[in-house]
Design a protein around this ligand. Structure first.
Ligand code: ZN
Length: 187
């Protein structure tokens, strides 16, 4: 009787240890795979093609166009395609105010589906940026267009909200593996 009880206890401990290991394994997998964050619940119904229209002058227009290419070359299902007639992604620029935000994206969704997005570069800030830094902002905003949220951990990703860190510290102006994982997961 005593031996039976002991072995039953032993088994229970063993199970607990295994469960703990499984839970710990799950937690560590989750953090490494899902570092990127979704922007709300809404997604595009389809992202290939994703029609955009750039309505601003150079150098902002150049940054939007080159950033669309960096995303198109990142190996996700998303493919930004210029289409002045049927665009859902509006990309522009205006002089807002120095400091504060240097890029902004508004997402218009109905239920679970994004209907359209509107993004701006703030020329008050970005006009003094070199091209790669301006692309760091436009590429980040296109990440929001694809329904990615801000991401600060890890910090060396395109979806880091701070341009002084994203570009200033890490020199990032194109999608990184974590950003790409996010879009691949969403679509
Ligand atoms: Zn952002």
């Amino acid at each position: 009787m005593n031996i039976l009880t002991k072995s039953a206890l032993g088994k229970r401990k063993y199970l607990l240890v295994i469960m703990l290991i499984i839970v710990i394994a799950m937690i560590s997998t989750t953090t490494s795979v899902l570092a990127w964050e979704p922007l709300g619940n809404a997604r595009w119904g389809g992202v290939n093609p994703l029609y955009y229209y750039i309505n601003c002058e150079s150098p902002s227009s150049t940054a939007w166009s080159l950033s669309a290419s960096t995303w198109n070359n990142a190996g996700t299902p998303a493919h930004f395609t210029s289409n002045v007639m049927f665009y859902k992604v509006y990309l522009s620029a205006y002089a807002s105010a120095p400091g504060g935000w240097d890029g902004v994206t508004y997402v218009y969704a109905q239920g679970l589906f994004i209907q359209s997005t509107v993004s701006y570069l703030d020329t008050c800030d970005t006009d003094s940026y070199p091209l790669a830094k301006r692309m760091s902002v436009s590429g980040h905003e296109l990440g929001h267009v694809l329904s990615l949220n801000e991401e600060i951990s890890p910090p060396n990703v395109l979806m880091n909200p701070g341009t002084n860190i994203r570009y200033g510290v890490y020199g990032i102006y194109a999608p990184q593996q974590d950003d790409i994982n996010g879009v691949n997961y969403l679509y």
